[in-house]
Design a protein around this ligand. Sequence first.
Ligand code: ARG
Length: 471
Amino acid sequence: MPDSTAKPWAGRFARATDSEVEAFTASVHFDGCLYPYDIQGSQAHARGLQRAGVLTEEECKTLVEGLAQVRARIDAGEAEWDPALEDVHMNIEAMLVAEVGEVGKKLHTGRSRNDQVATDLRLYARAAQAQLDAEAHALQSVLVERAKAETETLMAGFTHLQTAQPVTLGHHLLAWYEMLKRDRQRLAEAFRRTNTLPLGAAALAGSGYPVDRQYVAELLGFDSLCDNSLDAVSDRDFAVETCAVLSLLMVHLSRMAEEIVLWASPAFGWVDLPDEYCTGSSLMPQKKNPDALELIRGKSARVCGHLQALLMLMKAQPMAYNRDNQEDKEPLFDSVDTALACLSIMRAVVQAMEFDRERLKVAAAEGYSTATDLADALVARGVAFRDAHHITGQVVAHAVECGLTLDALNLEEVQQFSPAIDAELLSSLTPERSVAARGLHGGTAPDAVRARVTQAQEELSVGPLAMPEQP
Ligand code: ARG
């Protein structure tokens, strides 16, 4: 049990901390979860001190092993966290001293909680980024798998949520794949800038001990060193950036959720969501509601809010470390937890949802979705596109008036708008032909979608972000 009466910084103080202030400044109830990273960072620091000749081999060994003992105790749920010791760092140091005795007090030589917490948070963030990338990769894999089975499936494509042109369902699912692809690129970029070592910056001016920072970085799998001690302890841009990447990712998941919610509505009837992913109404017995998807949409709001919180946290901080930075953790942790949960639920839903191909096909033909194809056919017969567009507009207005689809129109009546229209042209205005005509790279034609599926499978074969080697 740590001795909470002896705060490590108590020497300068004549009176005890006000209990309200003590509770107000404590963070261990939310930063305690950083313990694996705190211990890992401390073990590397101890080794660095030994190399620098500050600790003997024996002392270093005692500290490294003692820290492993502390870790095992915390893992087993046997540790008692003391809010009087403020944060994870001072709690673990107290546990270490309780474990190994006096030598434990040597661990903090040449280090400050300022470079310590920056190191812990970078270790946490990069592990989170890798885990998020693995979840996003898994969702992408399911999307590609489902897209592959739906390369021929017709559906209505919208702009302004009004029927625009027919598309293939596989193409639509791959649009989601592409959004996630860029999210993963951004995660990898954030990872690169996160994976750099603050330790050695000490409080703000750099450690006064000749620690080989490169060696410590290698022990922790960091691939570079923070090059300025003031910057190293102060900026949390890597946390801001992670929340920015996650805000965009959540906006993407929210858009996907929104579409599936629409598709599952009886008004569309395009997908059926299995019972496992829906909930009922306490009043209306018939209801099967897509609450899980609505919550993904709803939770995107809190992640975007966390990004704002972190930006505002940083904006007026003078160099170097300020206690404001303690407020960086909850927004980051919650963003990571939220995004991980949403990615996992979304994957399960995408995997399980059942498409009603018949209804999708009917929708593909509704709303004069092939009017653009009529204009294109007129262009092929020598009419300038702007004129073809106008003629087609007149034909559609006529069809609306008659309450008929384009292919059901009376040929003579239609020819009054353009003599270039003939029976063959009218009968060719099918959704199948419409999508087949869009076979260029990035287009919706089944062949183009099949080609993109193959490319996507190759992209996914690279696998998610790998965690760095740690000796
Ligand atoms: N709990 C603190 C944080 O999260 C650790 C650093 C405290 N440093 C200090 N000089 N008071 O930022």
